[in-house]
Unconditional design. Sequence first.
Length: 337
Amino acid sequence: MNKLFVVLLSIFISVFAVADDWVSPIDKKYSQKNVQLFQIFNEARALLDGWQGQRVLLVNANALLLEVLNKDPNFAPAHREYGRLFIMSGLINSNNIVKENLDVAETSILKSIEIEPAYADSFVLLGHLYTVTKKYSDAEVALKKAEEIGTETPWLDLNWADLLVHQAKYLAAITRYEKVIQSNTANRKAYLSALSGITDVYYNIGDYNKVNDSYKKQIAYDPKSAWVRGNYAGFLLFTFNDVDGAIKNAEQALEIMNYGLGRFTLACALYTKWAQLKSDPVTSTQAQVFFEKAWAIYPNPQAVIDGTRSYPYTKVTAIALENWLLENPEYGGSPKK
């Protein structure tokens, strides 16, 4: 399976950080301290809860949080949420971060703790930040502090699980993810993060039947997620040897959202089906139908060759396309037929 599929989804969910149905005693305190400011803060938090890569939401949340902090520089929840915002803006992917933004995030989270030393949920977020920045010992200290103070946020277990995965402690991570799943938390992002996380762990330890089951649970819980269906299609094609299932799920993903990675996955699956059928005279006509569908979606055989040659179940695709190019040299790696 192309790990890009896993990385994209894993990072996409993890940066949501700590929006949840749990309300900490500190947040309750500030909701009573200044109702108007807390409403502005809550509006900013809602924007971050709904963030799916849209820059405008970060800009608007930033303005709201600065409005709160300008009126009350010691509004601890706003400092914590400001840190969350800068984690979102600073984490491009697992290998690409904006250090300056994450430095701002750390300063803001630590400021919330300076103001409210018993702010357990700030320690939860701090643990997430230190895991992202590969400060694993510091992450462990922060998460243990959150547990010591006490919090019911599901993100404590999720951030523990993320840290444990980075430490290759997969069974312990599964226990943490399962705890969130079994809790039936009302927080959709937390529940989806647990499902996604446990799927990745099962993939890392090579338990592909459980990966398959976990993807089905994700789709059942969030049937309108194009990314989940697209990632599932990639797994089915490259790792699970189910090309028909890959085609079905990739098509369903593109019905929800027409995006580049989804089109590439579907094309690879269609070309693979063509490669499997083309050598048999009984199915050669059917094979050509799959080829034409694949070409209509992604008429770049060289890119598909590069994307399929490294996987046991799709190596046949690369070989078949290489032979096709020898017979049709005028197409080469050109994106046009």
